[in-house]
Write a protein that binds this ligand. Structure first.
Ligand code: ZN
Length: 243
């Protein structure tokens, strides 16, 4: 049941066709696992929080540095040195006291991923490295839950909604991890892609709209264009077996 405060808080989104109180209550019962409280995890977690997702699990083992603050808007200069998941929880709880935010400060590895993701309804892949993305991908396949992939570079970003066996998995799409590097990024770029990740998750959790399945969206900031490319399963994929 929604409280009177919640009904007021979510008035404008409940006005959307097919939404109403029932859908808002559904969101309140949902749990989202957000992997990464950095550039993508910041806008993604903020929009999921203000949308009223009842349980947000924010996972990051790192601490904010001054050079993160051009894009990681969950944090500010007073949080430098504090764990990002804890700093993020502080920000999110101020934005919406009606939801529960859990900070997880562990590094995601093969041995703990199933336990960390637990009974989440969806995974937000807001990572900055492929080895961890692949670990999350394998976990999503095992648990039969979707994962929203987002990535950025400079003023370009990518997005896809992954849900095996309806779609290819991340390993089908990106067979090889690109080399790890310190890459350029403007804060508005994860602002665009992280917001779209939140939107994909909300669409899936409410059943309103159609998630971006079997397509890779590429946003080109330089020309302000969105392009979509079809995606295909790899029949010999080592992660999903092309199922
Ligand atoms: Zn695959």
């Amino acid at each position: 049941m929604l409280t009177e405060d919640e009904k007021k808080r979510y008035t404008r989104q409940m006005m959307m066709e097919g939404w109403g109180e029932a859908t808002q209550e559904k969101l309140k019962a949902m749990k989202v696992f957000i992997a990464g409280a950095g550039g993508l995890g910041s806008p993604a977690s903020i929009y999921l929080t203000v949308a009223g997702i009842g349980n947000i699990v924010l996972c990051d083992f790192d601490a904010p540095e001054l050079s993160n603050l051009n894009r990681q808007i969950l944090h500010d200069h007073t949080r430098i040195g504090i764990n990002k998941a804890i700093s993020g929880k502080m920000t999110l709880e101020k934005l919406n006291p009606n939801i529960r935010v859990t900070a997880v400060t562990d590094k995601i590895v093969e041995d703990n991923v199933d336990q960390l993701v637990a009974d989440a309804d969806i995974i937000m892949d807001c990572m900055d490295n492929f080895p961890t993305r692949y670990i999350l991908n394998d976990c999503a396949i095992r648990k039969h839950i979707p994962m929203v992939y987002g990535s950025i570079w400079g003023i370009e970003g990518r997005l896809s909604f992954i849900h095996v066996p309806e779609t290819p998995c991340l390993k089908c799409i990106f067979e090889e991890a690109p080399p790890k590097e310190v890459f350029p990024v403007l804060g508005a770029t994860p602002g665009v892609i992280g917001s779209l990740q939140a939107l994909e998750a909300v669409k899936y959790l409410t059943g309103i709209g159609r998630p971006l399945k079997n397509k890779l969206l590429v946003w080109e900031g330089e020309t302000t264009q969105f392009r979509t490319f079809p995606l295909h399963k790899n029949p010999s994929c080592p992660s999903c077996g092309g199922r």
